[in-house]
Write a protein of this length. Sequence first.
Length: 135
Amino acid sequence: MKVLKIDHIGIAVKSIEEAKNLYSGLLGLKHEGSETVAEQKVTTAFFPVGDTEVELLESTSPDGPIAKYIEKKGEGIQHIAFRVENIEEALAELKAKGVQLIDEKPRRGAGGAKIAFLHPKSTFGVLIELCEKEE
Ligand code: ZN
């Protein structure tokens, strides 16, 4: 498998509107748009930084995964996403090497990307997202 770069860092927030004051207002990053992924009960907002991005994640529902995450751990860094060349190949290779996967098959993420998560039990406590995007 080939990892191309850190695609983005996912940060769980209670309110994108409020967090924007930091990322756009104080840090001066450009807000490049928001998208709601209904199946994941999440709204995402992207702020490009150099060759990578900050992804803010706000739950659309109290029972969504991001709401549950914040309830348990508070706001903060929720996942790190690595861009890979071929996500199916990467998942197959990692699985064969004993890495526990949350998603055996890629699902659709923001921006039409194919994404899949690895289990933090297999990754020293970090929720790792793999993503493949057409650019
Ligand atoms: Zn992500």
